[in-house]
Write a protein that binds this ligand. Structure first.
Ligand SMILES: *Cc1c(COP(=O)(O)O)cnc(C)c1O
Length: 408
């Protein structure tokens, strides 16, 4: 039997059935009228942001990285919880605006911004995190033409990365950001051009569980921001310190000690160099805020045996849960937390694999896990489905189409 990842806290059983936000999965499925279904819990989102705020220094703003989950009702809920939204495309700009987010609270990073996207962001008053000198020139020209003073920040490609992070986004050659040594010259150029200077965006990695690694990276980030601001010659107005807080997906993973991270950051904030004295700091988090608040529910449509192995074949699959299938940037396939939602408090009775309905061997949601005996009509739950699920999976593969989503 292969171990399953740890089920996040906040989920209970009612009459033996998995309950999400106090409601039985079977009830939620009946209400949606369909599986596969993503369910996101308002209470868990609210509790997560509150716990994070309690742990972090008050001076630190919290931004939500929309790419983790751009579902409209979820964004509307986040609107009342976080200070800002970080987007990475013109499409996400439209999505956050439709959810009622004030563009002044939005910053737009990401390589390959097209002119139309730059124009939409500048005209709306969002901040652009510039990814290259070329993009900076295009942004300035567009702002001139539109007649708006552009809010511009520079995304720095740091010369370090977040240790132990699942996806490295800094250190060495990268398509993201501008190499640190070229940043002060560009910042001076933006200031000279009369841009509304918004400071630096320094993102060094994702999905780190080690508080020590995050603390070390934040120290390096602050030191780099101070050095670059010093060389630019003006105090730094804002600094996005990146994020990278991970969540436990796999057996043995432990949650980030946010208390330790917050204490270390508070100490550093108490002892900032002159150029950072009045800087407004933020972090941008995606999966940490929303990942554990979501569950993916799918119905077992077939139970079969092959060479002694049990397969629970569901109506879901990697077209909604690419990450759980191990095909979204993972090296070794390991099991996400998963369960039989309709037998949530039953003991383990057999070894089974939960697979999807796609005709590819990649479509495996849980490999040889220990589960209660389950059959056609049972509902399976894949946890940690609040981030990089629906919007980060190839929904059109094999003509399947998107899953339903619901916020409760
Ligand atoms: C993807 C991304 C994030 C969010 O990453 P998480 O691991 O979900 O927290 C934040 N900032 C940038 C620049 C990103 O590309």
């Amino acid at each position: 039997m292969k171990p399953l990842g740890p089920i996040p806290s906040g989920y209970t059983a009612i009459d033996g059935v998995l309950a999400i936000a106090g409601r039985k999965a079977t009830e939620l499925v009946a209400e949606a009228g369909v599986t596969p279904l993503f369910v996101y819990s308002r209470d868990l989102l609210t509790a997560r942001v509150a716990a994070l705020r309690a742990a972090m220094p008050e001076r630190l703003s919290i931004h939500y990285a929309v790419k983790a989950n751009p579902y409209g009702p979820l964004l509307k809920h986040m609107l009342g919880l976080v200070d800002g939204f970080d987007i990475a495309s013109g499409g996400e700009l439209s999505i956050v605006r439709a959810a009622g987010v004030d563009p002044a609270r939005v910053s737009f990073a990401g390589p390959g911004k097209r002119d139309a996207e730059l124009e939409a962001a500048i005209a709306a008053g969002a901040t652009l995190n510039l990814e290259s000198e070329g993009e900076a020139s295009r942004a300035l020209a567009i702002a001139e033409r539109v007649g708006v003073r552009p809010r511009l920040a520079i995304r720095v490609n740091p010369d370090f990365d977040l240790k132990g992070s699942g996806m490295k986004m800094g250190g060495g050659a990268k398509p993201f950001g501008i190499d640190a040594e070229r940043v002060p010259a560009l910042a001076r150029k933006l200031l000279a051009a009369g841009a509304d200077w918004q400071g630096f965006h320094i993102f060094a990695g994702s999905q780190a569980l080690s508080a020590d690694a995050i603390i070390e990276t934040q120290g390096q980030t602050l030191a780099l921001a101070a050095r670059l601001a010093e060389e630019t010659g003006v105090p730094l107005p804002k600094c996005n310190l990146g994020g990278g807080f991970g969540i436990p997906y796999f057996p043995g993973d432990e949650p980030v000690d946010i208390g330790a991270v917050g204490e270390a950051l508070a100490e550093r904030f108490a002892d900032l160099p002159e150029v950072l004295r009045d800087t407004a700091f933020c972090i941008e988090l995606g999966r940490y805020l929303v990942g554990e608040a979501g569950v993916y529910l799918a119905t077992v449509v077939d139970r079969k045996e092959s060479h002694g192995e049990i397969y629970l074949v569901t109506d879901g699959g990697l077209h909604h849960q690419l990450a759980a299938s191990g095909n979204f940037g993972t090296v070794v396939r390991r099991n996400y937390p998963s369960a039989i939602a309709t037998r949530f408090d039953a003991p383990v009775e057999e070894e089974a694999s939960i697979v999807g309905c796609l005709c590819t061997p990649l479509d495996r949601l849980a490999d040889k896990g220990g589960f209660p005996w389950a059959d056609v009509g049972d509902i399976v739950a894949i946890f940690c489905a609040g981030a990089y699920g629906a919007s980060a999976s190839p929904a059109m593969f094999l003509g399947q189409g998107p899953a339903a989503e619901m916020l409760v």
